[in-house]
Design a protein around this ligand. Structure first.
Ligand SMILES: [Zn+2]
Length: 317
């Protein structure tokens, strides 16, 4: 289903700690920093004398809204809070610590991170550009997979009340798994049924050293005869190349009708700072599409097609 920009979104998400926020902050450059030490004090104002209102542990991530004389401002429990900047660093460019972090600390951070279960906020990305090798490895590439809708946004409603937000999740694991087997680092904008704003989806992607952003959806139409899959891009050669590569593999690997590549002014595509595409993987309002969509075979084909489409894009680049 089409993704439209909605300004009336106040996201309550669990992806990042401590920072419920209003959409207006997206006008500013909000940066994510990571605690490089444990038991780091969170204070109510930028002073070592200020009351301690919380603690951060090593690897915890905070959104930084402003900096002031050695302090950074974030939110904690919904209120403005301050953390001494010397203990924070940017996870997506470890070399650019905003203050000196001893190299021994850096090493222990890395060690600690390696032990952690992979989550959205703690993926350990390097800045090396990936190399799509002849055997099709995606090693070194950071791919964002954005399952459409979620939570109070059910997306399209199909035959027998099938919900787009649920149907899409049933295919996402397989897609992510396939990309990871190809060597890619994969970030998901959501991995459960919760609401996440369009702004946040893009924000997550733009916060990392992402190489490609893929939003996955199922389509709907009032006429049940409308069927097939299509890939959308915003504009520009790179976006078009990515979308074309994906669509050509989808055509090759699935039996659904191809509706081609379409240029669309969708928020998540327009605001993405990296090559992006939005794939509509068939119509849940069409009996033929829906019967195919729900099979394991289709899910495997889609996963192969997306993985190979991404590889082809990077290889041809
Ligand atoms: Zn949708």
């Amino acid at each position: 289903m089409r993704v439209l920009f909605s300004s009336a979104t106040i996201a309550i998400i669990s992806l990042f700690l401590f920072t419920p926020f209003a959409p207006s902050v997206f006008a500013e450059k909000v940066k994510i920093y990571e605690a490089g030490t444990s038991n780091l004090n969170v204070r109510s104002s930028p002073s070592h004398d200020a009351p301690i209102i919380g603690k951060l542990q090593i690897g915890d991530q905070v959104r930084v809204f402003q900096k002031s004389f050695g302090w950074v401002q974030t939110y904690y429990g919904g209120k403005k809070a301050w953390v001494a900047s010397q203990y924070l660093f940017q996870p997506d460019s470890k070399t650019k610590a905003i203050a000196q972090v001893a190299s021994s600390t850096q090493k222990s951070i890395k060690k600690e991170q390696n032990k952690k279960t992979e989550t959205i906020s703690r993926n350990n990305f390097d800045n090396n550009k990936g190399q799509a090798t002849k055997n099709g490895s995606l090693k070194g590439y950071n791919i964002v997979i954005d399952p459409g809708h979620g939570g109070r946004d059910s997306g399209a409603i199909g035959i027998n009340g099938v919900l787009e937000k649920e149907t899409i999740m049933s295919i996402v694991d397989s897609v992510v798994d396939r990309l990871r087997k190809s060597g890619a680092n994969v970030i998901m904008t959501r991995n459960s049924d919760h609401f996440i704003s369009l702004q946040d989806r893009v924000y997550i992607s733009n916060s990392y050293n992402t190489h490609a952003f893929l939003s996955l959806h199922y389509n709907a139409h009032p006429l049940i005869g409308i069927q097939g899959l299509e890939t959308h891009y915003y504009s520009g050669g790179e976006n078009y190349a990515l979308a074309s590569s994906l669509q050509s593999k989808l055509e090759q690997y699935t039996s659904l009708e191809s509706r081609g590549v379409k240029e669309s002014n969708y928020f998540v595509l327009r605001e993405s700072e990296v090559p992006s595409a939005l794939i509509e993987l068939g119509f849940i309002t069409n009996p033929n599409d829906l019967s195919i969509i729900q099979t394991e075979g289709y899910q495997n084909s889609i996963s192969e097609a997306i993985s190979d489409g991404v590889k082809k894009y990077f290889r041809d680049k």
